[in-house]
Design a protein around this ligand. Structure first.
Ligand code: NAP
Length: 488
């Protein structure tokens, strides 16, 4: 296996390490695993396939570096994170190309992901010096109540393939800002982006052992090795609800602090007084950012009956303009899905909706071409019992249904075990805020098709997760609250 993967033209001068990153050094694993280009279905390169012994070595390194990093001045930690931001922004074009290569998404999506990902370094470089405590006189007047926020300790970070850069920096940046050392385990589909970020962080001056990275095809065994060791204090996971549930059980053994960013089933509600053009623009962003492969993706469109026909026609017109192709082609606006399994799942959900009476308005047929593609698809009048309305589609399929009253749409929107994001379009702010407050979701896009922002607390309720990432909340997730009852 080559020690570095060299990007093709136009970025042939750039290369990414392919080995494990432990204690500040790149090292080989016993085995390797292949990384596939979803646009062609062909292998791109091999990377190290770490095992339990590698996991233990990464944990040793993170534990050994923990004390010094926790004692490093917040200003110093802040400056290192800022240097990571600067380097990532400077490399945005080639990093975006790398994401497009291994994830399949369109270059424009990949570029915005890199900038979004870099922004977590900037935001948490600013937060690193603002971890303020509290001081109060106890109500009885006898003593002081002092509260400090201390680094929680060694943290295991597990990330998915759909935002290979942003899901990593959304965890690494607050962990380092708070003074924690980490072991990152990226998804096996997209390890190269994580490896590139670790390389950038080392160049930016992150000390050895503070960030360790294990690529592996044996996530369960690697995670188990780490989670059952008492030196670990935190699990931060982004991925599916099913895996999140299993990891919570695993983390119970050491009573670990867990931040869980899990699946979603976002409703997108368009009221009859909405600005139609703005709602359609927001709908395309909420549905098609990342080709629909986002936890925040609009999964169910509920449109009030008077606007239903106009909105549906508008969606068909906009979706039919998407240009499907290899994500690295700048003309492409809809890239490949991550793998064959994802395409098969999307096709099964569409077939189920059509069999139950949904009306096919665009797409809906698998494409006969290499790579993992599914065409832009719009289905109207989707019945309540269709799987499309209950499961994460994670693809370029818009499922629409008409509604009549606010009560009805709130009930339908909340009729799911998920509660990550919801979107709502109305010109009436009173109506908008009142519906927003009644939606069971951690986040609401009110007249906006995009909620993600490093400065805001991102996260879900119900089975969409625990905890928040981003904002000041994201920093606190990597701290312990220490209370000192003091007399003097
Ligand atoms: P996934 O199958 O749950 O995998 C996520 C990560 O967990 C991968 O690195 C995976 O590695 C690892 N993993 C799987 N089983 C594991 C185990 N037993 N122990 C330790 N790690 C394990 O999810 P995905 O398909 O990659 O990502 C899509 C899902 O992520 C969707 O449900 C989406 O909604 C969710 N997501 C949520 C957010 C959010 O912020 N709420 C953001 C992005 C994505 P392996 O693949 O090797 O198993």
């Amino acid at each position: 296996m080559s020690e570095r993967f060299t990007l093709p033209a136009p970025f042939a001068a750039k290369s990414v390490p392919t080995r494990l990153f432990i204690a500040g050094k790149w090292r080989a694993a016993q085995k390797v695993m292949a990384v596939t280009n979803p646009a062609t279905g062909k292998p791109l390169t091999d990377v190290a396939d770490g095992d339990e012994a590698d996991a233990m070595a990464a944990l040793d390194a993170a534990a050994a570096a923990a004390k010094d990093w926790a004692a490093t001045a917040p200003r110093k930690r802040s400056e290192i994170l800022r240097a990571c931001y600067d380097r990532m922004v400077a490399g945005a074009d080639w990093l975006a190309y790398l994401i497009a290569l291994e994830n399949g998404k369109a270059l424009a999506d990949a570029k915005s992901e890199i900038l979004y990902a870099a922004d977590f370094f900037r935001w948490f470089s600013e937060e690193a010096v603002r971890l303020l405590g509290e001081a109060a006189i106890a109500p009885a007047g006898a003593n002081r109540i002092l509260v400090e926020y201390q680094p929680i300790g060694v943290s295991l970070l597990i990330t998915p393939w759909n935002f290979p850069a942003a899901m990593a920096t959304r965890k690494i940046a607050p962990a380092l800002a708070a003074g924690c050392t980490v072991i990152l385990k990226p998804a096996p589909e997209t390890p190269l982006t994580a490896l590139a970020i670790a390389d950038i962080m080392a160049e930016a001056g992150v000390p050895a052992g503070v960030v360790n990275l294990i690529t592996t095809s044996r996530a369960g065994d690697v995670a188990k090795t780490i989670l059952h060791d008492p030196r670990v204090r935190k699990l931060s996971f982004t991925g599916s609800t099913a895996v999140g549930r299993a990891l919570l059980r695993e983390a119970a053994d050491q009573v670990l602090s867990c931040s869980m960013e899990l699946g979603g089933n976002a409703p997108f509600i368009v009221c009859d007084d909405a600005d139609l053009a703005a709602a359609l623009d927001g709908a395309m962003l909420a549905k098609m950012r990342n080709g629909g492969e986002a936890c925040t993706s609009a999964n169910r469109f509920y449109v009030q009956r008077d606007l239903y026909k106009a909105f549906t026609d508008g969606m068909v017109a906009r979706m039919s303009k998407l240009k499907l192709g290899d994500g690295t082609d700048p003309e492409t606006t809809l890239g490949a899905m991550i793998n064959e399994k994802a395409v098969a799942k999307i096709a099964a959900l569409v077939d189920d909706a059509l069999a139950k009476g949904g009306k096919l308005l665009l797409g809906g047929t698998r494409l006969n071409r290499p790579g993992f593609f599914y065409p832009p698809t719009v289905i109207g009048d989707v019945p309540d019992n269709a799987r499309l309305l209950k499961e994460e589609i994670f693809g370029p399929v818009a499922a629409l249904q008409a509604f009549d009253s606010d009560e009805e749409v709130i009930r339908k929107a909340n009729d799911t075990e998920y509660g990550l994001t919801a979107y709502l379009y109305t010109r009436d702010l009173k109506r908008g805020l009142s519906i927003s407050e009644r939606l069971e979701s951690g986040m609401v896009g009110l007249n906006r098709g995009l909620v993600s922002d490093p400065a805001a607390p991102f996260g879900g309720v119900k089975q969409s997760g625990l905890g928040r990432e981003g904002g000041h909340h994201g920093l606190l997730e990597f701290t312990e609250c220490k209370y000192i009852a003091a007399n003097w």
